[in-house]
Write a protein that binds this ligand. Structure first.
Ligand code: SAM
Length: 289
């Protein structure tokens, strides 16, 4: 059944506002967001300590209610009851948009199941800011969010994105950034990449490089919050891949080398990651079998 909710028709029907909050600079919030926070009876939030900082900056003092990924269903049901009793409720996550790699999806679902409208109040977004500053094609993009924390799973996920022509966008936590960038170097050789760091904060920085240059990064200096933007697959990369496969085939036919030695030789010749060439050798051999 088709259902239409018009957020701006003031028919007194129950509604929950999902408000985007700053991702660093506390001034990045809309007037409408501040108005709704000021008018709320209860501000539901991911982490009360975090939201208190934002509210005290704007001298807003309201009762807070905690809804995070570990209590989302029970907390959402509790909020629904409060909305049904005509309490004005808004929801904010720690930064940026709720729902985007943050809690809120279940809350939104439960609201709609209970005929409570949802309205999104726009604001700062880390992945959009990162994409815009990356200097990588922003016409078509694929936002992936967080990769798996497990190394094998992460490689599998990256491989599934290898042939996508659209720009790829990832979130990553600072303590996994090295492992993730190493995996990106292996799976996406010779692509433009941008690490957009500490956006809207004092140390904001866009690091633009080629994935083949990832080993030149000083990881001790790569701290804070980061978005990773990677160029999608291009026709040129496809041609490069076909060319490399030819080179590998020639090497396999002529030289009596082990696969690992062939990988080392070709990788050295074209300044590419060894693992990438080794994977191509396996791909060639799998096709032959
Ligand atoms: N809901 C948020 C949004 O709309 O962007 C995302 C929350 S997610 C839990 C946190 C991740 O977003 C971080 O690990 C990082 O990848 C990215 N992020 C958040 N703030 C950032 C900032 N100021 N600079 C760079 N990346 C940021």
């Amino acid at each position: 059944m088709i259902k239409k909710d018009k957020s701006y028709i003031d028919d007194n029907s129950p509604i929950l506002y999902f408000i985007a909050t700053p991702i660093g600079n506390l001034k990045d919030i809309t007037l409408r967001a501040l108005e709704l926070l000021q008018q709320a009876d209860i501000i539901a939030c991911e982490d009360t300590r975090n939201t208190k900082k934002l509210l005290s900056f704007y001298q807003i003092d309201k009762p807070l209610f905690s809804l995070h990924e570990h209590n989302e269903i029970s907390a959402a049901n509790c909020l629904i009851e409060k909305i049904k009793q005509n309490q004005r409720i808004v929801y904010v996550s720690d930064a940026g948009y709720p729902i985007i790699s943050d809690p809120g999806q279940i809350l939104a679902k439960i609201c709609l199941q209970n005929n409570i409208k949802i309205s999104i109040i726009p604001g700062a977004s880390a992945f959009l800011m990162g994409l815009l500053g990356s200097n990588i094609d922003a016409k078509h993009f694929y936002f992936y969010g967080f990769l798996s924390p497990k190394a094998n799973e992460r490689i599998k996920q990256l491989k599934s994105l290898q042939s996508i022509p659209d720009t790829l966008i990832f979130y990553e936590s600072p303590h996994r950034i090295k492992q993730t960038l190493d995996a990106i170097k292996q799976i996406f050789p010779n692509r433009q990449i941008c690490i957009a760091r500490e956006l809207s904060k004092i140390h904001e920085e866009y690091i633009r490089l080629n994935t083949n240059e990832i080993n030149q990064i000083n990881f001790d200096e790569l701290i804070g919050e980061m978005v990773i933007i990677v160029q999608g697959q291009t026709q040129q990369q496809e041609i490069d891949k076909a060319f490399l496969i030819d080179e590998i085939n020639n090497c396999l036919k002529q030289d009596n080398l082990k696969d690992k030695e062939t990988a080392k030789l070709i990788a050295g010749r074209f300044n590419l990651p060894k693992n990438y060439i080794y994977d191509l050798i396996l791909e060639i051999k799998n096709k032959q079998n």
